[in-house]
Design a protein around this ligand. Structure first.
Ligand code: SF4
Length: 531
């Protein structure tokens, strides 16, 4: 058992639903108890689809358990086929149905339906949503795709976009246009938008473009083996990665057509003088492995940020993410426990977080600006406007999205210079956020009070009564006192680095066995860490 409040990923059957909902002409029958239909809302509310997902649930109840649940499943399959006449069916069990072991695959096979029935094995207690996507797509491809003669003109498949994918809709449009510009036709985009009959002709493409390793790497590897289609390894997130992706496509397709970079504004925006203040900003990055790794490279190589933390929640991507973190001289965080993430953010004291919807909540609580780079996301990250993350327009979107939550350069300067101003004071937050963005609350407690408030340890971000137990314990251990003069000297340090200065000074004092922090201690600590 594990006490869980937030989960980064849903159960694997939600992943299979994402594949089914992205596709057309495919129906999914899910053996599941009454109530599991809540997952429909992910698609109809968050993604705002205008039709129900193509999923039939058996919705068995407690009273059915004494009877024929296998019969219920067969009836649901027959009804789904009679009503929707799909080209193929996928069948699976949800977490509860896995326990009653009715074997949906075996049951459906004996029914003699006139279309392919593809059983999915989804181990709900070991694996999660991304695995469910990856596995469902793999089984569909294995069941339907065969080696075939290639198209006359060079073509590729785009693999990975699904229902409920973070910006998948616009990434596909962006990358399709880029491939077309290079003279490469897109044969099949799958799972999103594909019919089972399209999957059947995947083999006619010359190579595959793998956009989302989380949802389609198994299929890409299978196609490499069975259909002899090589696939792209670079995910075109960011300007440099997009250029590397273009080179990879050129090598696979033989295309020499030039690509127009006139629409790409990100490199000039990032190097123009107004972006100078971005240099060295400390960012903490967390998300799915693909987006987190791409964000770390963009942050370091294209924006001039310092990557202060890097992690992912899907352990399938742990190995490459650890390698990248090592290359950046930081320790990777691979966890699906948001409390671990919160602790890592508190201790890294970043000036900005790039993360998921969970990290937005953490950033809000700690008063640290945050931009969203990865699923899981809320309804506002399925925007009405064109908003890709990939390709050249994606690089433009990423620049705007990341810079927006930050305080602008001039304002940062004013905040530093006129700390007592009624408008430009530390607690005001960025003015383009209506002045309501939370700012870290520094303790104004006069000195010689033990700095034993959680605020002190966490950089002033949390009131003591809500401090997690582990922080309270740290405090009891350290109990360093800030003298009034030191506290007021500390407040002269700009707010965005004050938390780190406070924390460093306290660590310095504890190391030296000092019970009180004076102005001298503050400056000694500063000199110590500057060495
Ligand atoms: S929390 Fe908001 S976005 Fe999420 S399901 Fe509820 S209303 Fe929709």
């Amino acid at each position: 058992m594990k006490l869980t409040l937030w989960t980064y990923e849903g159960p694997p059957h939600v992943g299979a639903m994402r594949v089914a909902t992205g596709m057309k002409g495919l129906h999914m029958v899910l053996h599941a108890p009454q109530g599991d239909t809540y997952a429909d809302l992910l698609f109809t509310m968050i993604e705002r689809r205008d039709h129900r997902p193509p999923v039939s649930y058996t919705t068995f109840q407690a009273r059915d358990l004494g009877g024929d649940t296998a019969g219920l499943f067969r009836t649901a399959c027959q009804d789904a086929y009679d009503r929707f006449r799909p080209e193929a069916l996928i069948v699976a069990a949800s977490c509860t149905a896995e326990l009653i072991q009715d074997d949906p695959g075996g049951l459906a096979e004996t029914m003699g339906l006139p279309v392919p029935v593809i059983p999915l094995e989804l181990p709900s207690y070991q694996r999660k949503e991304n695995f469910g996507c990856d596995e469902a797509f793999l089984q569909i491809a294995r069941a339907l795709a065969r080696p075939m003669a290639r198209t006359d003109a060079v073509s590729c498949n785009i693999l990975g976009p699904t229902g409920l994918g973070f910006r998948h809709r616009d990434d596909v449009a962006e990358i399709t246009a880029l491939l077309n510009e290079m003279g490469v036709a897109v044969n099949v985009t799958a799972p999103m938008g594909a019919r089972p009959s399209d999957i059947a002709r995947m083999g006619t493409a010359h190579f595959n473009v793998l956009l989302y390793p989380e949802t389609a790497e198994s299929t890409a590897r299978w196609a490499e083996r069975e259909l002899e289609q090589p696939f792209t390894r670079t995910v075109p997130l960011g300007t440099l990665a997009t250029r590397a992706f273009i080179d990879e496509v050129r090598a696979l397709s033989g295309s020499t057509r030039p690509v127009d970079e006139n629409r790409l504004r990100q490199p000039w925006w990032a190097s123009s003088v107004d972006s100078t203040y971005l240099t060295g900003k400390r960012v903490f990055i967390f998300g799915d492995g693909t987006h987190a790794m791409a964000a770390a490279r963009i942050a370091r190589d294209e924006m001039g940020f310092e990557v202060a933390g890097l992690g992912c929640y899907n352990r399938e991507q742990a190995r490459p993410l650890r390698a990248l973190a090592r290359e950046m001289g930081i320790e990777a965080l691979v966890t699906d426990d948001y409390l671990d993430v919160e602790r890592a953010i508190e201790s890294a004291q970043p000036e900005m977080i790039l993360g998921t919807q969970m990290e937005r909540h953490i950033g809000k609580r700690l008063g640290i600006p945050c931009a969203v780079i990865s699923a899981p996301v809320h309804v506002q990250d399925f925007p009405a406007r064109y908003s890709p993350q990939m390709g050249f327009e994606g690089a433009n979107v990423i620049f705007d999205t990341w810079v927006h939550p930050l305080v602008m350069g001039l304002e940062e300067h004013l905040l530093h210079m006129f700390r007592e101003d009624f408008e430009f004071h530390d607690a005001a937050g960025p003015s383009h956020h209506g002045g309501h963005a939370p700012r870290r609350q520094e303790s104004t407690t006069p000195a010689a009070q033990p700095a034993a408030s959680a605020a002190a340890v966490s950089g002033g971000s949390m009131p003591p009564e809500t401090a997690p137990a582990h922080l309270q314990t740290d405090l009891e251990d350290t109990a360093v006192v800030w003298l009034a003069c030191a506290e007021s000297e500390l407040r002269k340090i700009p707010f965005f680095v004050r938390g780190k200065a406070r924390r460093n000074t306290e660590a310095f004092a504890v190391q030296r066995g000092l019970a009180r922090i004076s102005v001298d201690t503050l400056y000694e600590a500063k000199a110590h860490y500057a060495r």
